[in-house]
Design a protein around this ligand. Structure first.
Ligand SMILES: [Zn+2]
Length: 93
């Protein structure tokens, strides 16, 4: 009864109601986990010890011998595995 009154007040059609139901069904906001206690400073810091930056690995291009990222087309000559994949425009100044 209450739901019906509310829906009439918002002037929703059937499609809007259907979308609303789908959103509620998939979001499940009522069942979101909530932490019971805050973690200590050391606990958070211990977890964050694994957050490290990786140095990107560079390899030499077999065609032009410039450094490039592995498993990628060379940005200097456009070659990959000995074949020209892209045509690189050389800057003319
Ligand atoms: Zn190259």
């Amino acid at each position: 009864m209450f739901l019906k009154i509310k829906l009439v007040a918002y002037n929703l059609n059937f499609i809007d109601i259907f979308k609303f139901v789908i959103i509620i069904f998939f979001k499940k906001e009522k069942n979101m986990p909530v932490p019971k206690r805050r973690h200590s400073k050391s606990r958070g810091r211990k977890r964050r010890t694994h957050w490290k930056l990786k140095v990107s690995q560079w390899v030499e291009c077999s065609h032009c011998h410039q450094l490039k990222l592995p498993h990628t087309v060379c940005p200097h000559c456009g070659f990959y595995k000995g074949k020209e994949i892209i045509v690189v425009n050389k800057k003319t100044e």
